[in-house]
Design a protein around this ligand. Structure first.
Ligand code: ADP
Ligand code: MG
Length: 377
């Protein structure tokens, strides 16, 4: 068990044409002892590079890596007591599942009795006891991935790094292994960093979620905080199905009150306006006259028919309805911006219908219109 501390960690690669790619940029992150941190970001955001730096498979350009209070960035991989499970299956094809499970321990020259008991325990834990004598080619995808995981677990590392270990499995198996991993983590309590590009997987698995984009850490926080208080537009838009709605507009003072006006590119077309409650108005007063981005999650929008009380709502047209069984995703058009909302009542809306959209005041979020789009209120 160990606490992991990354300080000012950077790694650049030479790219074709003499360019430089900043794979990890001045990254600071602490993973507490026994924590399960999920690291999430789009493809190419630097997740694998970061894990390889921690494991010692890449050398950082600058920065410090501590595991359990010990500086490790100059140590060889084997001396770090860190285990890594890779995305692509890396079992030895000519060794049985049992031998694969034992391979890391053998390489460490652990005593025979210890190897045997660890392999037996690990196999039981992962439900592999019945296939220990099989070669990898005869294992199912799920079994093979469990063996790869078991080989790392058998080492009882103080820090376990997993690089998209479930990405190649189909959805039901992935969900099952995700639950198993969460249970295993609770039993063993080792420190764990789990990489995924799947925002839902990051949320369901992690004690905390760290979000990367373009080599830079965007935010590290609990799943709830990431969802409810995203640090910037990137994080806000990355999580949620369907994703958060964004509307460009300006904050305008009208008498003593503050309003958000939707911006439109149509010369004569008036955008919609929303009156801000006193608390938001105070927080946003200094941005009056400036362009700003309004963010609102689909579940904070509610559709109404024209006859219902229209207080605080704006006109929109239904463009597309996506039924998902328990709910429907309703795609709408306003004066200038598309919106999507989630409705629990089914079969109520048809494309072409005119409707009114109500905005839940508590769900309004505001971001800087200029990159990196920091959260304003
Ligand atoms: P992720 O795992 O999030 O998809 P990676 O860490 O694999 O991202 O890659 C981050 C960036 O660094 C990408 O632009 C990738 O092309 C680049 N990169 C990674 N490894 C190398 C390498 N060995 N040589 C050159 N560029 C690399
Ligand atoms: Mg990767």
């Amino acid at each position: 068990m160990a606490r992991l501390v990354l300080e000012h960690l950077s790694k650049t690669f030479a790219a074709p044409g003499g360019r430089k790619v900043s794979a990890v940029a001045r990254l600071n992150l602490t993973v507490t002892d026994g924590e399960l941190l999920t690291l999430v970001g789009p493809s190419g955001s630097g997740k694998t590079t970061l894990l390889r730096l921690i494991a010692g498979l890449e050398t950082a350009d600058e920065g410090a890596i501590s595991v359990g209070g010990e500086r490790v960035e100059k140590l060889a991989p084997a001396a770090r007591d860190v285990a890594m499970v890779f995305q692509s299956r890396t079992l030895f094809p000519h060794l049985t599942a049992r031998e694969n499970l034992a391979s890391g321990l053998r390489w460490r020259k652990s005593p025979r009795e210890e190897i045997e008991s660890r392999v037996r325990q690990t196999a039981e834990l992962l439900g592999l006891s019945d296939c220990l004598d099989q070669l990898p080619e005869t294992l199912s995808g799920g079994q093979a991935q469990r063996v790869a995981l078991g080989r790392a677990l058998a080492l009882r590392p103080r820090l376990l790094l997993l690089d998209e270990p479930l990405a190649q499995l189909d959805a039901p198996l992935r969900a099952q292994l995700r639950r198993d991993l969460k249970t295993l983590h609770r039993q063993f309590g080792f420190t764990m960093v789990f990489v995924t590009h799947d925002q839902a997987e990051a949320m369901t698995l992690g004690d905390r979620v760290a979000v990367m984009n373009g080599g830079a850490l965007q935010q590290a926080a609990s799943p709830g905080e990431i969802y409810e208080q995203p640090a910037n537009r990137f994080v806000a838009g990355f999580f949620g199905t369907p994703p958060m709605n964004f509307v460009r507009g300006v904050i305008a003072a009208d008498g003593g009150r503050l309003e958000f006006h939707e911006s439109t590119s149509v010369a004569d077309g008036a955008g919609f306006s929303l009156l801000l409650d006193p608390e938001r108005a105070t927080a946003l007063a200094k941005f009056a006259g400036q362009e700003i981005i309004l963010g609102i999650r689909p579940e904070h929008l509610a559709l109404r028919t024209a006859g219902e009380s229209p207080g605080g709502s704006i006109p929109a047209t239904v463009e597309l309805v996506e039924p998902l069984g328990a709910e429907e995703h309703i795609h709408l058009r306003t004066a200038a911006h598309p919106l999507v909302t989630v409705e629990r009542a089914r079969h109520r809306w048809q494309p072409g219908q005119r409707t009114l959209v109500g905005f839940a005041a508590a769900g309004l979020q505001f971001f800087d219109a200029k990159p990196p789009g920091g959260r304003l209120a």
